[in-house]
Design a protein around this ligand. Structure first.
Ligand SMILES: [Zn+2]
Length: 240
């Protein structure tokens, strides 16, 4: 269930946030921010795992990241559509309930169709959520002040901002290990995700990102439009 939060991290599938910005979630939670994770779909099209099992794994991963809550909107896996008003309304409802100051979202250039569609869906919902006359039944209008896009697992981009996640990296490792059916278990059909190479590549990218700013680990984000320096300062330190 969606609840109030300072920061909302959104992914198309139950492991997307963990892969793309999990260590940042852990860092923000460590500093006392209330972070919510919203999975748009239950990942029912995944080669491995079932919906109930993936839900349990995602919850274990939430604990590892110390996020305040994790919720699944139940949109169709493989069918995320930014032009579907019912899907936009579901996201607007989450935004108006959680009232996050910052949102971490997938990057629009992510080659996975659901990830790119999720990015477009989020951007449309963020705008409409700020319009008092759009679906007022979903709650008072609100709009997050800071949007940062994280890369998909098979996407490289030049980050606008790199967050030093060195101190929070064990949380990300534990969260990814919690997605047993996807990345760890020898049971089920062999997949690239479970090969070991995939997680090694994620860690390699996070090390390469940290290297850009002279730290052991980092997570890169792209700004969505001009960003407020004050909001970035709020996100990563200072007073709430
Ligand atoms: Zn995904």
């Amino acid at each position: 269930m969606v609840d109030r939060c300072d920061v909302l991290a959104v992914g198309a599938h139950p492991d997307d946030v963990d892969l793309g910005c999990g260590a940042t979630v852990a860092r923000l939670a460590n500093r006392g921010l209330r972070v919510g994770i919203l999975d748009l779909t239950a990942g029912e099209l995944g080669t491995r795992g079932d919906t109930a099992g993936r839900r349990r794994e995602a919850e274990s991963a939430r604990e590892a990241l110390q996020a305040a809550w994790r919720s699944c909107l139940g949109l169709p896996d493989g069918g995320v559509r930014p032009d579907a008003d019912d899907q936009v309304a579901a996201v607007v409802g989450a935004l108006r309930t959680g009232v996050p100051r910052a949102v971490l979202l997938p990057h629009s250039g992510d080659p996975h169709p659901d990830h790119g569609a999720a990015a477009a869906l989020l951007l449309r919902a963020v705008f409409l959520s700020g319009l008092a006359r759009w679906r007022s039944d979903l709650g008072p209008a609100s709009r997050p002040r800071l949007l940062l896009a994280y890369p998909g697992p098979r996407q490289l981009f030049e980050p606008t901002i790199v967050v030093d996640t060195t101190d929070a990296y064990e949380g990300k490792r534990a969260a990814l290990a919690a997605h047993v059916s996807q990345f760890v278990s020898a049971a089920g059909p062999p997949t690239h995700l479970a090969s070991g190479h995939f997680l090694a590549a994620i860690e390699g990218r996070d090390r390469a990102c940290g290297n850009l700013i002279g730290t052991e680990f980092g997570e890169g984000f792209a700004a969505v439009g001009p960003i407020s320096a004050d909001e970035v300062a709020w996100l990563l330190g200072g007073s709430r």
